[in-house]
Design a protein around this ligand. Structure first.
Ligand code: LHQ
Length: 267
């Protein structure tokens, strides 16, 4: 099953509860343009609305995951005597960054090659990030006079701490996938030839788990970073109270007692 993306630069497919979204401008290292970002935002909206989808895999076609913003795009390309408002371009990114972070299903990113600038930070915003040996992450922003966007300033210190976050952001050096995994920036670095299968395997496992509990876990972990311990305890209590009244808890415990596989349904 597929749904029709708004632009050929985004390819989508749904199979067995897993939606695959592929950044599909391989000739331009999957660099983002405004129409491509709008198509990606629309595809994520479809994922959110489709009850059949229980996990997302995001990846790139060709040798790159994404080179970030397409610097040839008229909205951002410098012109003598013209002051560009990059916020106008960033407005196309925000719906994507927000949708990925709050998608009602878990997200897996399969980073197949270089992920630079906004490409790196959209990848890092996914729930579980796998990268191929040979892939890399580059906070390319400082090299062109910009700051890390698409959530980079929020994500980096949370993932690797302030010291490494600032080293990556200020110097903009290329970080290999294996080093990214060692630092805890991503979950795992895997051989290139098994990346797609491993990402699918993770997504299938997530799809078989109770979606509603997974998505609440993501939200609680994100929120807890800024909460005192006692408030995190209260937030956990509120969530657990709601989940305890839902179908999936009943099904999970009953399946355990019956010694059978659970069939989760809540979104
Ligand atoms: C590109 C690009 C590219 C156009 C490679 N655009 N052509 C948000 C809102 C508003 C404004 C601005 O930005 C943002 C967010 C951002 O993402 S800012 C960061 C933008 N991205 C970059 O600065 C990365 C620029 N690219 C690179 O550093 C390298 O190309 C990477 C590390 C991605 C890949 O390096 P290589 O594998 O060595 O490939 P290459 O450099 O030879 O690139 C291949 C071609 O792709 C080349 O064109 P050519 O005609 O010479 O074959 C590049 O010019 C082109 N390309 N990235 N973002």
């Amino acid at each position: 099953m597929t749904f029709s993306p708004q632009s050929p630069s985004i390819a989508t497919a749904i199979e067995g509860g897993v939606c695959h979204i592929t950044l599909n401008r391989p000739e331009a290292l999957n660099a983002f343009t405004a129409p491509m970002l709008d198509a990606l935002a629309a595809a994520l909206q479809e994922v959110a609305a489709n009850e059949q989808v229980r996990a997302l895999v995001l990846t790139g076609a060709g040798r790159a995951f994404s080179a970030g913003q397409d610097l040839q795009e008229p909205l951002v390309r410098p012109e003598p005597g013209v002051r560009k408002d990059l916020g106008l371009m960033l407005d196309h990114y925000l719906p994507v960054a927000r949708a990925l972070r709050s998608l009602p299903v878990p997200t897996v990113c399969a980073v197949n090659g270089v992920a630079a600038g906004a490409g790196a930070n959209l990848a890092l915003g996914c729930d579980i990030v796998l990268a191929a040996e040979g892939a890399s992450f580059i906070q390319a922003f400082s090299k062109i006079g910009l700051i890390p966007d698409c959530g980079g300033t929020w994500l980096l210190p949370r993932l690797v701490g302030r010291a490494k976050a600032l080293e990556l952001a200020l110097l903009g050096d290329k970080l290999s996938a294996s080093e990214a995994a060692r630092l805890g920036l991503i979950a795992r670095c895997v051989p290139a030839e098994t990346l797609a299968a491993e990402a699918l395997g993770v997504a299938q496992r997530l799809a078989a788990l109770p979606t509603s509990a997974l998505v609440r876990t993501r939200a609680l972990v994100d929120a807890a970073m800024d909460l005192p311990f006692d408030e995190a305890l209260s937030a956990e209590r509120t969530a657990q109270s709601a989940l305890g009244q839902a179908h999936d808890y009943q099904e999970g415990v009953q399946a355990f007692l019956d010694k059978r596989a659970p069939r989760y349904a809540d979104r």
